[in-house]
Design a protein around this ligand. Structure first.
Ligand code: NAD
Ligand code: WQD
Length: 354
């Protein structure tokens, strides 16, 4: 069983590749490495004993896609390839629409041409915007507030139109909440190219001394400790959710839309506390002004995924922090310096930087 994983060298795609291999799939990874590196392929091999097929290419390139679909009999597609930074999408919206929407169209057109009709799409809780009610259910109104979020809404709508016109497609729109954590081996994890925008990778960089201190954006929200509440989900749980969605699609044509979250929430201060406990490191922080655009609290109603997919997140915040720490401590500079990083792999107590 061959599965095309676009963006499979990235954070979530690489973890899904590991889980897919364990479930008996052979991954064909198509990635242009615009936000990742080829080292990931080696690491997936090291974890699983299987080397995924890797093609360096852009999902917007129809010729590359034709080559892929004509060279392998593809059974399903996991489509991760996209730009994902909310703030950047405000600055360069055309790049976001072109890559995210344009890339998805090219993939779908190639699939149609080759008669491949099983497609799993990385959507996001960001499609909901500021929710009217929490926890958020799948039928809650979508209210995107950034170009990035609008790319996800547009693609969701394209997928709905497609299944309406051609009901034999099997499509999952998976709305991820806040993916964090890393594979328990510490061999793969999140590796932001620049200063991290997101909370967990920032904390992890403070813990290894790559950043001096964390700025906590806002301490005056109407929440239990004044900081924002989010539904952090372990990336391995998320990856297993994709496999559960694929199983579901095997038996069901049409469109599936589910939240992938834990159904619980944590505040920024709780995440800092859990990370300090898991790592034994002090995380210096200061509370600063609110970050524009942040919503005070949102988390998933995760019951539909349980009901339809038989899936639920199993790993708690302590595991998310412990696994992030294992990855970051072993790879203080991410994938970029593999030799030095490997020396640190088992030295979780060392605080050294490469
Ligand atoms: P990532 O940047 O780590 O991975 C995306 C991968 O796609 C990268 O390896 C990048 O090189 C590749 N890529 C980008 N454009 C490409 C193109 N045109 N052709 C080929 N490859 C391309 O991001 P991630 O965190 O793993 O996110 C994966 C997906 O999940 C994205 O669609 C993202 O929008 C979505 N998502 C992510 C989060 C999150 O917080 N990480 C939350 C919700 C949804
Ligand atoms: C979490 C909390 C921040 C950094 C984003 C995207 C969303 C989705 C997931 C893709 C917030 C606070 C953060 C920092 C902080 N991605 N924070 N200091 O904003 O909930 O969601 O990632 O689809 O679309 O918007 O995640 O990790 O950035 O923030 O205090 O240095 O941590 O204010 O309360 P967010 P995040």
């Amino acid at each position: 069983m061959n599965i095309l994983i676009t963006g499979g060298c990235g954070y979530i795609g690489s973890h899904c590749a590991v889980v897919a291999i364990k479930a008996g799939w052979h991954p064909i990874i198509l990635d242009d490495l615009s936000n990742s590196g080829e080292f990931v392929i080696e690491r997936i091999h090291e974890i699983t004993g299987v080397r995924p097929t890797f093609i360096r290419g852009d999902v917007r390139d129809a010729t590359t896609l034709k080559e892929v679909f004509s060279s392998w009999e593809i059974d399903a597609v996991l489509h991760f390839a996209a730009h994902k930074a909310v703030g950047e999408s405000v600055e360069v919206p055309l790049s976001y629409y072109h890559n995210n929407v344009g890339g998805t169209l090219t993939v779908l057109e190639a699939m149609k041409e080759y008669g491949v009709k099983t497609f799993v799409f990385s959507s996001s809780a960001t499609v909901y915007g500021e929710p009217k009610e929490v926890p958020i259910q799948e039928h809650s109104p979508r209210n995107p507030t950034s170009p990035y979020a609008r790319t996800k809404v547009i693609i969701e709508d394209i997928l709905a139109d497609l299944t309406e016109a051609e009901p034999d497609w099997r499509i999952a729109r998976l709305r991820y909440f806040n993916p964090v954590g890393a594979h328990e081996s510490g061999l793969i994890g999140e590796d932001p190219r620049d200063t991290p925008n997101n909370l967990m990778p920032y904390i992890a960089q403070v813990a290894v001394g790559q950043q001096e201190r964390l700025s906590v954006f806002g301490g005056d929200y109407p929440t239990r400790d004044g900081t924002c509440l989010r539904d952090y989900i372990h990336v391995m749980d998320l990856a297993e959710g994709h496999l559960a969605a694929l199983d579901h699609l095997r038996g069901n044509e049409g469109l599936l839309t589910v939240n992938l979250g834990t159904g619980t929430n944590s505040s920024v201060l709780e995440v800092i506390g859990a990370f300090q406990k898991a790592s034994g490191q002090d995380i210096p922080y200061e509370i600063v002004g609110r970050r524009p655009g942040d919503v005070s609290a949102y988390w998933a109603d995760a019951s539909l995924a349980k009901q339809l997919l038989g899936w639920r997140a199993k790993r708690n915040l302590a595991a998310m922090c412990a696994d992030t720490w294992r990855w970051q401590a072993a790879n203080p500079s991410g994938f970029r310096k593999p030799t030095e990083a490997r020396q640190h792999r088992l030295g979780l107590d060392s605080h050294s930087q490469t």
